[in-house]
Design a protein around this ligand. Structure first.
Ligand SMILES: [Zn+2]
Ligand SMILES: [Zn+2]
Length: 380
């Protein structure tokens, strides 16, 4: 098969001919039809998140089941599917409870093994980890869901429990934060978006944020964006104080979508009494202080959110299929497999504002077989 391979950290990945993946007994091989390029892939390529070299990245994908292991009961060749970026083992107490996103033996295609910047990718524990694509959800749209979008959806629904009319604060408007803005608006929340980059706030505004807070103090620029309410967070005001003011006492739900000590603390401090903070941005620098005095005084709820298990996809899929959620709005460009190297390299200096890059792959030739099953895909 063709795959995008890099042999060393920071070495420009190139398309190469490599061996087809072996189908796991409890898994499937998926013919990739679309796969997103994520900042996590960039982190792995840059060596911030070690992988086994040479490596094939890619973890947000959709495609067609091409080979099925003998232990798989729920899936057949030809099924159109996507997969969460965290795959559970399918056997532990957490997986059996439908909580594969915290499986202690989790696998992540593109990190713990070869990923989806390839014509074929293997997925373990298929019965626990595959998600069927409903009619009307195309491969490119589905490839947008597996990482940032599903993570934001679960943060707001399972943990934040956002209801229509409630205030939602989103700290950090990268790919994850903009997903949270889009989903929050779709759920009927009134969204306050915070960032330090005017272009990020402009995107948040386009996606429906009612209030944007420029935490860098670029007040004039933010005003130009035409937000109904724009506050300057500089000059003695901080984002939490601004949010407290515009929401009449604080947000009901607040997410730190960036992952820093400052944004995590700001998120907690921007909550109204009995509010819910959800930490979705990874805090890679280790233990992080939170203002626990505020947590106690306001009786706040603090959650961590790590992806979303396949079990929890159907309600989100329904909302995508019926147009309530439009993840396609987050797509900036669609490229071919040969463009992946350049797309990763371009992330060195690029913000998420430019939109998500999605790789589209053509159908594989008819009759491909992974060697683990007699089944052949009639579909692809
Ligand atoms: Zn498990
Ligand atoms: Zn990702």
């Amino acid at each position: 098969m063709r795959a995008v391979v890099y042999s060393g950290y920071g070495v420009l990945p190139a398309v190469e001919e490599v061996a087809n993946p072996v189908c796991p007994a409890d898994g499937v091989v998926i013919a990739v039809r679309a796969t997103g390029v994520c900042r996590s892939d960039w982190h792995a390529w840059r060596g911030h998140d070690p992988v086994t070299l040479p490596h094939i990245g890619g973890h947000e994908f959709a495609g067609v089941v091409a080979a099925v292991g003998p232990e798989v009961t729920r899936w057949r060749a030809g099924d159109q599917v996507t997969v969460p970026f965290v795959c559970g083992c399918g056997r532990c107490e957490f997986c059996l409870a439908g909580e594969a996103q915290v499986c202690p033996r989790q696998t992540q295609p593109g990190f713990t093994g070869p990923g989806s910047f390839a014509e074929l990718v293997a997925v373990h524990a298929a019965d626990a980890n595959l998600v069927a694509l409903p009619a009307g959800v195309d491969f490119v749209t589905a490839a947008c869901l597996g990482c940032r979008f599903a993570t934001a959806f679960r943060a707001l629904t399972a943990h934040g429990r956002v209801r229509g009319g409630e205030w939602l604060a989103v700290h950090g408007c990268g790919g994850l934060g903009l997903s949270a803005v889009l989903i929050g608006v779709a759920l009927g929340a009134r969204v306050v978006a915070v960032d330090v980059v005017p272009a990020a706030l402009e995107r948040a505004r386009e996606l429906g944020a009612e209030v944007v807070v420029d935490a860098s103090g670029a007040l004039d620029r933010a005003r130009e964006l035409g937000a109904e309410a724009v506050m300057d967070a500089s000059g003695g005001l901080d984002p939490a104080a601004v949010i407290g003011e515009v929401t009449g006492g604080g947000a009901h739900v607040s997410v730190d979508a960036l992952g820093s000590a400052v944004t995590a603390a700001n998120s907690v401090r921007s909550l109204r009494r009995r509010g819910r903070h959800v930490q979705v941005g990874l805090l890679l620098s280790g233990p992080t202080a939170l203002p626990m005095d505020v947590v106690i005084a306001r009786e706040l709820e603090i959650y961590g959110s790590h992806g979303m298990a396949a079990r929890d996809y159907p309600p989100m899929m329904e909302m995508v299929a019926d147009g309530t959620l439009r993840p396609g709005l987050l797509v900036g460009s669609v490229i071919g497999l040969e463009g992946v190297g350049r797309a990763l390299a371009a992330m060195d200096g690029r913000s998420a504002v430019a939109g998500m890059t999605v790789v589209r792959l053509p159908r594989l030739g008819r009759g491909w077989c992974g060697g683990c099953t007699e089944r052949r895909s009639g579909e692809n």
